[in-house]
Design a binder for this molecule. Structure first.
Ligand code: RIB
Ligand code: CA
Length: 313
């Protein structure tokens, strides 16, 4: 089986870090053509730095990392230091990366890669605001039809929002970008809060990270310990939702997830509900389905896969 070609677009973020580590620990299944950083959880200067820190932690300093957009298409950047800390990777002390940042802009890398790779052979995996993806589609409309699939973390229907009552962070930060992506016609697989809130870092699961007994395991446990304090306080939940690694786990084992092929549109007009994912879960709109919108996860299977793969690094 040839490895699936992917580009990860990310705003690390501790949960993004788990996703990137999971992908880099799975070279037989995933060929990471490059990782593009975008402003989101923290400003771009941190997300591009954090992406390189994570690649070096994985022992993969040759991964090509690109800096992308430092703000949304039209709106002011909203960040989430209250969740992820000032650096975006708060928890353990991280050393500055030494691997290079590519000089090419992330948007141009996405365009160039989609034009040079065979049509429908590259999957895009956005883990943050969709600014880079939308900018690439706007700058080079010819690449849209060449994308194999977009598997993204974002949105919420049953869970509604986490940054506002109506909207999930990734979509809320750049709703105009999300609107472009959700209307693009590219096959979408969406991991909304509805499913990621069922992937919680319980104490047993964090201990399993720590019991790996490696720098990666120790760092992941420390990230989880830091990252979960916000969600436990807010939701009273048994741990933090590991949002972004759901995207990579889907690529490795789609059977871990269940959802519905439905129509999903983005609220871009009302400030009250800006960035809401209007998911037609009950099929009442008559609008064409555009997204496989996930609802259920085999959480035990997900954490077993994640922990086993982290132990490879
Ligand atoms: O709402 C959760 C999403 O926003 C995750 O991707 C997290 O990393 C932040 O980007
Ligand atoms: Ca993210």
């Amino acid at each position: 089986m040839t490895a699936r070609k992917i580009i990860i677009d990310t705003d690390p973020g501790q949960d993004d870090a788990f996703a990137i580590l999971l992908a880099l620990a799975s070279p037989a299944e995933l060929d990471v053509l490059g990782i593009t950083a975008v402003a989101g959880n923290v400003p771009l200067e941190f997300t591009q730095r954090n992406t390189r820190i994570i690649c070096e932690l994985a022992g993969k300093p040759d991964v090509k990392v690109y800096a992308g957009c430092d703000r949304p298409l039209t709106r002011k950047l909203v960040t989430a230091e209250h969740v992820h800390g000032k650096t975006g990777l708060d928890g353990p002390v991280m050393i500055e990366p030494t691997m290079p940042l590519q000089t090419q802009h992330a948007v141009d890398f996405i365009i160039e890669t989609l034009r040079s790779e065979p049509a429908k052979s590259v999957t895009l995996c956005p883990l943050g605001p969709l600014t880079n993806i939308a900018m690439a589609f706007e700058k080079a409309p010819d690449i849209v039809a060449r994308v194999q699939e977009i598997v993204l973390m974002g949105g919420g229907y049953f869970e509604q929002g986490n940054i506002t009552p109506a909207a999930e962070f990734n979509i809320y930060v750049d709703p105009q970008a999300a609107d472009i992506v959700f209307k693009s016609g590219v096959p979408l697989v969406v991991m909304p809060l509805d499913v990621t809130h069922r992937a919680l870092t319980t104490p047993e699961r964090v201990n399993a990270f720590r019991d790996i007994g490696t720098k990666v395991g120790e760092t992941c446990a420390a990230w989880a310990d830091f990252f979960e304090r916000f969600d436990i306080e807010k939701y009273g939940s048994a741990g933090a939702p590991l949002h972004d690694p759901c995207v990579i786990a889907y690529l490795l084992n789609p059977a871990l997830f269940k959802g519905r092929l439905i129509n999903v549109m983005i609220e871009t007009q009302s400030e009250l509900t800006m960035g809401a994912t209007v998911a037609d879960w009950w099929g009442v709109s008559g609008r064409q389905a555009n997204a496989l919108f996930m609802r259920d996860i085999d959480a035990a299977g997900f954490f077993d896969l994640l922990t086993q793969r982290l132990a490879r690094l």
